[in-house]
Write a protein that binds this ligand. Structure first.
Ligand code: ATP
Ligand code: MG
Length: 332
């Protein structure tokens, strides 16, 4: 069963200058029980996708077109109030930098209780019991529910935000860079915790991160975004083991640990594309070691590769195996 189906999503931000085309024609589908990754470097449009589907874009952001279906309901057709209900009842959202945006003058337990009261008609005592239970689920000491955010470490604050998002047992958990800014050991623990909870609640997960290594470890399927475009999409086994898109190949080389190779990370040279215009050439062309004249003429369509859960947007997709070999041993 399809839980979330995003089709042809376009989002722009108005600015004093030209508009920013942050998300250009993005489609992806998350089936029930699937852990889905959304990857791509900074500025590729990951958070914009999440905010658009939750109706939480900042004031200058507009969904220009596209549909977002959740459990068969088009979220874009709902009023803000209706969407908020869906958000809390069915979708848990852990926004980017959530742990830094807790209210500093309210105890962590009260913040979670407040979220529960907004959506459930329960007594204070019941809400407190639930908060204690949630603290335990995320691995915090339930005797600390009256502590304030500053009394916790970064990793513990992130556990508080996870507890808050999970208060109502969602069908889908959307976590935007849940481990960024935490040290590596804490990162692993937070990821393990999210996975444990997701299994226990039988929820699906949309994990947004620039670290494809984390996605390789935790997700079944993924989309790779660049310049607001899906460059490659499909099962983690297909996309990350046999990438067909030079951008994915470059991303992999910048995280060599996903192949457990001892190589040094190699960053992709160059800088992200200008988003002030809709793409008229492949958005990755300027940084792609394999670009040809054709790549300057149009952005390639995202096409299905035969017989597999694997799609790629690259004019040279038919030569992918050769490009992969050349990407490993660049010509000198
Ligand atoms: P990061 O990994 O840094 O979180 P991201 O992939 O989440 O990046 P977004 O935050 O979705 O990227 O941003 C996509 C593009 O939209 C970027 O070019 C960004 O500068 C631009 N952008 C984001 N928010 C706004 C805004 N409110 N107004 C104008 N431009 C914006
Ligand atoms: Mg972001």
């Amino acid at each position: 069963m399809t839980l979330l189906n995003v089709e042809n999503l376009k989002v722009t931000y108005a600015t004093d200058d030209e508009p920013v085309h942050a998300v250009n024609d993005v489609s992806f589908r998350i089936d029930e029980g699937v852990n889905y990754g959304l990857a791509g470097e900074s500025g590729s449009g990951k958070s914009t996708v999440a905010e658009a589907l939750l109706g939480l874009l900042p004031g200058n952001g507009t969904v220009e077109s596209g549909t977002i279906e959740f459990n068969g309901t088009d979220l874009t057709s709902l009023s803000e109030a209706e969407r908020r209900d869906v958000l809390w009842e069915d979708i848990a959202y852990i926004p980017q930098s959530a742990m830094d945006s807790l209210d500093p003058v309210m105890s962590t337990g009260d913040q979670i209780a407040q979220a529960i009261h907004t959506h459930r008609n329960v007594t204070d005592a019941k809400a407190r019991d639930r908060v204690r239970e949630l603290f335990e689920i995320v691995g915090l000491d339930p005797d600390r529910i009256d502590d304030y955010p500053h009394e916790f470490s970064g990793g513990m604050r992130q556990r508080v935000t996870i507890a808050m998002a999970l208060a109502l047992e969602p069908d889908l958990i959307i976590a935007d860079e849940p481990t960024t800014g935490l040290d590596v050991i804490v990162q692993d623990k937070i990821i393990d915790k999210i996975l444990e909870i997701q299994e226990r609640m039988d929820s699906s997960l949309l994990l947004i991160t620039h670290e494809i290594g984390v996605i390789a470890e935790t997700c079944d399927e993924l989309s790779i975004l660049y310049g607001g475009k899906v460059m490659e999409q499909g099962s983690v086994d297909n996309v990350l083991v046999n990438p067909t898109n030079p951008y994915t190949m470059g991303l992999k080389n910048s995280f060599p640990e996903i192949d457990e190779e001892d190589e040094d990370p190699v960053a992709i040279p160059g800088s992200p594309p200008n988003l002030n215009r809709e793409p008229t050439a492949c958005v990755f062309r300027d940084r792609c070691p394999f670009a040809t004249d054709e790549c300057g003429e149009s952005h390639p369509d995202l096409v299905d590769l035969p017989n597999r859960n694997h799609r790629s947007a690259c004019h040279r997709v038919k030569e992918a195996a050769q490009l992969r070999r050349d990407a490993v041993e660049p010509e000198t």
